[in-house]
Design a protein around this ligand. Structure first.
Ligand code: SAM
Length: 360
């Protein structure tokens, strides 16, 4: 094998990557084998979950490019699991093989196949989809190749279509109506989950979020899947519509034009409360901060933006912590990882506005 590239270190793992790599943003396709440094946080979160709360046995990194994610998990998260690290491009699979050897891994093997062929033949407990853009074309294969109870992990970089910038594309791809609103990334993520719930229901599988989030320029979903008509029905029960009124700021759940979307929790709080962040991650502090917020985030299917409310009331926005302090005296309130200036509460909008006025 005569590959051109460089060895970099991400987290506690050495990775052989091509000469031309993306440094930030959604990542430009520079050559045949793709690597984006900014996805280190995304891979860190996978390592953290494998480290403490995800315990599958047979795992597939289905669209692996250099193999960065699967290689890092195998190297950094101890456990009794095996990874097949796959890419349909033969040069990518050469990189994967090189990275397996570079890290002396005995719990990983390379595969060079179209994931659709692989998943028609083999069953996995954990399947990771990380395409360029929408993952939807690959979801049916992943559902087909999933064990009776499994974990489907998905990265989606087509956030603009889901968050109201391209409503036509969202209708075609996700069979749902999107909207540009102050919580657009959350409504986009919920549309994405809702679409996968509906696709899984067609095959009598239920889907529930283990952890779903938005970061940088992408959505990331860890979904538990479970075979059975009852599980599928239970997931469908948590789909619905919602609305947002631009003039009043009012959000309504159960009616409206946004959706269908997932209205249930974005994570399994019991599991996430047990997650620990291992040492040696690439974005150690950022991962720790995110887990701290995930552990406190309320299950309300939208958040408020301090800037949005300030503009409505024609006041200057207070600091989020100051607002949270006041809100705590009237109800439940939490920060949200969707926005550094956003917050969730179980109180109605008029009480939120009253609290807002009292400190501005
Ligand atoms: C965004 S890159 C993956 C990045 C990688 N997971 C990482 O963390 O660096 C997408 C990869 O999917 C591969 N791919 C696209 N379609 C595929 C298919 N049908 N089966 C397997 N791999 C595929 C591409 O060759 C490309 O390497």
């Amino acid at each position: 094998m005569n590959l051109e590239g460089n060895i970099i270190r991400e987290g506690s793992t050495d990775l052989f990557v091509p000469e031309a790599i993306s440094e930030r943003g959604p990542g430009k396709i520079e050559g045949r084998v793709f690597f984006n440094r900014q996805m280190a946080f995304n891979r860190d979160v996978s390592v953290a979950l494998f480290h403490s709360v995800i315990k599958p046995r047979k795992c597939l990194d289905a669209m692996a490019a250099t193999g960065a994610r699967g290689i890092r998990i195998c190297n950094e998260a101890p456990g009794n699991y095996r990874f097949i690290i796959n890419d349909k491009d033969s040069l990518a699979s050469d990189h994967i093989q090189h990275n397996i050897e570079l890290n002396s891994l005995d719990n990983a093997e390379v595969s060079n196949a179209d994931l659709r062929c692989l998943l028609a033949k083999e069953i996995f407990d954990y399947i990771d989809l990380d395409p360029f853009g929408t993952p939807i074309p690959f979801v049916p294969s992943a559902l087909q190749g999933m064990s009776r109870k499994g974990i489907l992990a998905v990265t989606a970089t087509d956030t603009a279509s889901l968050s109201g910038t391209h409503p036509g594309k969202c209708r075609r791809r996700y069979m749902a109506n999107s909207q540009r609103n102050p919580f657009l990334h959350e409504s986009g993520l919920r549309i994405m989950i809702g679409t996968i719930v509906r696709m899984a229901a067609q095959e009598d599988k239920g889907v529930t979020p283990l952890l779903c989030y938005y970061a940088d320029h992408y959505f990331r979903l860890f979904l538990r899947t479970k075979d059975g008509a009852g599980a599928a029905d239970a997931s469908l029960e948590l789909l619905g519509m919602m609305s947002y009124d631009r003039t009043t700021g009012e959000r309504k759940v159960g009616e409206g034009k946004i959706g269908p979307l997932w209205l249930g929790p974005l994570m399994d709080h019991e599991t996430i409360s047990e997650a620990t962040v291992p040492e040696g991650l690439e974005c150690q502090e950022r991962v720790r901060q995110h887990f701290d917020i995930w552990k406190e985030e309320l299950d309300v299917p939208y958040y408020y933006e301090t800037n949005e409310l300030a503009a409505m009331l024609k006041l200057s926005p207070p600091g989020r912590d100051e607002l949270l302090e006041v809100m705590r005296s009237i109800g439940k309130v939490s920060r949200t990882n969707f926005s550094p200036t956003g917050f969730r509460t179980d109180r109605p909008l008029e009480e939120v506005l009253e609290a807002f006025r009292s400190i501005c």
